[in-house]
Design a protein around this ligand. Sequence first.
Ligand SMILES: C[C@H](CCC(=O)NCCS(=O)(=O)O)[C@H]1CC[C@H]2[C@@H]3CC[C@@H]4C[C@H](O)CC[C@]4(C)[C@H]3C[C@H](O)[C@]12C
Length: 324
Amino acid sequence: MCTALTFNSSSHYFGRNLDVELSYNEEIVITPRNYPFHFRKMPSATTHFAMIGMATVVDDYPLYFDATNEKGLSMAGLNFPDNAHFFPLHDKKDNISPFEFIPYILANFATVDEARHALTTINLVDIPFNASLPLAPLHWIIADQQQAIVVESTKDGLHVFQNDIGILTNNPTFDFHRLNLSNYRQLSASNPTNSLSNKIDLPAYSRGMGAIGLPGDLSSASRFIRATFMKFNAVKPTTENLSVSQFFHLLQSVAMPMGACEISPHVYEYTLYSSCCNMDEGIYYYKLYNNSQIVAVHLFHELIDCSKIIRYPLQHQQQINHIN
Ligand SMILES: C[C@H](CCC(=O)NCCS(=O)(=O)O)[C@H]1CC[C@H]2[C@@H]3CC[C@@H]4C[C@H](O)CC[C@]4(C)[C@H]3C[C@H](O)[C@]12C
C-alpha cells in the first residue's frame, strides 16, 4: 500500500509513502536531458526534460516509482492489484509499457494539461521490463503546481480522473475514494457543538473531538480519508524547511509502523520511505524507515545536460544527534 499527495504552501510539493514488505534496491536517480530513452514501441527520446526521483536501476534504465521533472510535472505509481489491466499492442495508439509510463510522461510534458492530452492516444501495453520483472499492477497520480489527475487502466479501458483532492492511495478505483469522502463530511478540526440533543449535557472533555470518526486503520480507503483530513486542515508554513517538515507530518499520519500490517506470517508491510519533492526547485527530500533524518538531492545542482544517469544510494544509517 502507498499514499501520494500534493501540498501547496511556500512552494509546491509532491510526495509519497512507499509501503512494502521488501526493498527493490531503490535509490535516488537523476535522468539528465540527454540520456537516451529507448521506448519499446515508440521513437526514442534522445533529448528531453530532466527528472529526479526514486527508482530501481536495471541495465542502466531507471524504473521510477515516483519522480518530478525540471518543469515540476510529477508522477507516482501506486499498487492497484486485481484492478490494473494492460492491453495488447494497438497499432493506432501510442503504446507505452507501464514501466515506461513515468519516463515517457515526464520526459515529454511540462503540465498536467499536456499529459492529459497525450493520454487520449496512449495505450498502456502489456510488455514487461524483462522475465524477472513482470508487469506491476499500478495506477498513477500525475500532478503539476496547479492540478492533479489519476490514470487507471482497467479491463474496460484507460480512465483519467480529475483529482481535486490531490491524494491517491490504492484499491479500489479513484471514483470510489472520491465519493467515500462524503461519508466523512461531518469531520472537523474544531470541537463540535452538541447536535445530538439539547436535552442532554455532553461536555467536550477533550480537544480534537471534531475528528472522532476519522478512520485510524491502515486500509487504502481509510488512508485516503485520513490524508485528506490532514491535508485540507494543514497550516501552510511560509518557509521551505517548515513546509517540508509539515509535508512529512502529513505523510506520517498514514505511515505504517512495522508489525501493524501482517501480510503473511511474520512478514510486515511498512513505510520504507517517505518523499517530498519541491516541484519548483527540483529538490527531492526523503526519509527512511530507519533513518529519520531528512536527506535532500538537488536536480539543479547537477549538470542536467549530460547523458549518464546520476545515482544516489539511500542513506539507511540512523542519524542520532547525541548531545552529551
Ligand atoms: C510494490 C510497490 C507498490 C507498493 C505497494 O503498494 N505494496 C503493497 C502490495 S499490496 O497492494 O498490499 O498487494 C510498487 C510501486 C512502484 C513499483 C515499481 C515500478 C517500476 C518497476 C516496474 C516493473 O514492471 C516491475 C519492477 C518495478 C521496479 C516496480 C516494483 C514494484 O511493483 C513497485 C515498487
